[in-house]
Design a protein around this ligand. Structure first.
Ligand code: SF4
Ligand code: SF4
Length: 432
């Protein structure tokens, strides 16, 4: 039940109302064929955090009362009671159903049984065969079909709940599926919203809490329906391929590829599917806006995509398409890389050094005089660069060299003489 007093971990977690909103929304968390990784990543979210949502710290969000099997203080009948009330229509407040983990086909006659369950000693609904053994949990699939029609929105979190994920891989005996498959194409929530999908294995926690926050604002009537794509994903999170924002994309463009894990270059030849995978982890980060697969040196194995894992396996083997795209990039990238090196060579010199034909660095041997080929290249490059504008290359050529350049030589300081700076300041123990 919603707690009116200070927040506590009961069957529902919720606190004071925040901002302008006057509403209360319950969030019922259900776990199917799940490793609980989605719960863990959700608890690590920071924009917004679960704590901010249940404590009502976010302006314009309704008060969130979270019912979560891992977080609840209550257990047994006390924990299940609000779920029961929601299913029977007596909760007295709108609710959102969140499903983590895929849904086994245990409603079918063929696979009748229990692969995933929630609650204990449930007497609801009495007509269900699984309720007969009253000390047993109800099947998760029972809770889902019972809660979905009355939910203001139904959200699938993680690739198992969205597209079936690992429990739905070929050879599984559970007939597992995602929430959209389980509820069917005609499903709409009580507020007319189809299933919302936030995929990832595990998903970025912030993707989920952000999508939930936007959805709650819509349900409150204070914001338009968020922009979901044709598969119910938050479009602003999943419309781009992960390759586009990958920190290694520059290597790909120049046709330079890693040969083994740990190499810094693009990982496509050791199994990265990033160019065709919709995911935002490299720009958003995994936790606290840090990390994320390629940021940490790992190849993308397509975990946000429908059909994962089978459609992206075997892992760490180059995707067949990369032979064409990677091969083309090796050819044109090799040329582009050489041209860029030429520009960098010219760019790493002050105009003054060109005029003096001398680079005053003590760190390495930098050529003072430029090769004739470099000079010609730089001449035409600058011509193009400054076309239609002030030609700073020509102006710099006429720039006089500063008179006090190389001041130590001018002052007659002998560079070959050893100056023991430390010796002047440090005295031996005996002297002290
Ligand atoms: S590592 Fe993957 S995502 Fe990154 S540039 Fe290479 S192919 Fe693209
Ligand atoms: S980069 Fe690939 S493997 Fe990593 S989270 Fe995104 S989809 Fe999953």
């Amino acid at each position: 039940m919603a707690r009116e007093a200070a927040p506590r971990l009961g069957s529902g977690i919720g606190g004071a109302r925040g901002g302008q909103s006057t509403g209360v929304v319950h969030v019922f968390w259900l776990a199917g064929m799940s490793c609980d990784g989605c719960s863990v990543s959700t608890l690590g979210a920071i924009t917004p955090s679960v704590e901010d949502m249940v404590l009502g710290r976010i302006p314009a969000l309704p008060q969130v009362v979270l019912h979560h099997p891992m977080l609840a203080d209550d257990s047994g009948q006390d924990f299940v009671e609000p779920y029961r009330q929601a299913a029977e229509g007596t909760l007295g407040a709108p609710y959102v159903m969140v499903v983590e983990g895929s849904i086994p086909d245990d409603q079918s006659l063929e696979r009748a049984g229990q692969f995933a369950g929630l609650g204990v000693g449930s007497d609801w609904p009495r007509s269900l065969p699984s309720a007969r053994a009253s000390e047993q949990p109800l099947r998760t699939s029972d809770w889902i079909w019972a809660l979905a029609p009355g939910a203001a929105a139904s959200v699938a979190i993680g690739t198992c709940a969205t597209w079936g994920g690992i429990p739905a891989a070929a050879g599984n005996i559970t007939g597992s599926m995602g929430l959209m498959d389980y509820l069917g194409v005609d499903y709409r929530s009580a507020r007319g919203v189809p299933v919302v999908n936030v995929p990832g294995c595990a998903p970025v926690g912030d993707n989920f809490t952000e999508a939930l926050a936007e959805l709650l604002q819509y349900l409150e009537g204070i914001a338009p329906l968020p922009d979901f794509d044709e598969l119910g994903r938050p479009a602003w999170q999943f419309e781009q391929t992960v390759h586009r924002h990958c920190p290694k994309a520059g290597y790909y463009e120049e046709g330079v590829f890693a040969e083994e894990p740990g190499d810094t270059e693009c990982l496509v030849e050791i199994g990265c599917w990033g160019p065709v995978v919709q995911c935002n982890i490299v720009e958003r980060g995994a936790v606290n806006h840090m990390g994320g697969c390629m940021v940490a040196g790992g190849a993308c194995i397509g975990c946000t995509m429908p059909g994962f894992p089978d459609k992206y396996s075997p892992f760490y083997k180059a995707p067949p398409g990369s032979a064409i795209s990677g091969g083309i990039s090796k050819v044109y990238g090799g040329g582009i890389r050489r041209l860029r090196r030429m520009s960098m060579k010219s760019g790493n010199r002050e105009p003054m050094w060109d005029n003096a034909e001398n680079v005053p660095t003590g760190w390495g041997r930098a050529k003072g005089k430029r090769d004739p080929v470099d000079k010609v290249n730089a001449y035409f490059y600058k011509k193009l660069q400054y076309r239609g504008s002030v030609n700073h290359a020509a102006r710099n050529k006429k720039q006089p060299l500063p008179q006090s350049r190389d001041i130590l030589t001018q002052k007659g300081v002998d560079h070959t003489r050893h100056v023991d700076v430390l010796g002047e300041r440090i005295r031996s123990r005996e002297e002290i």
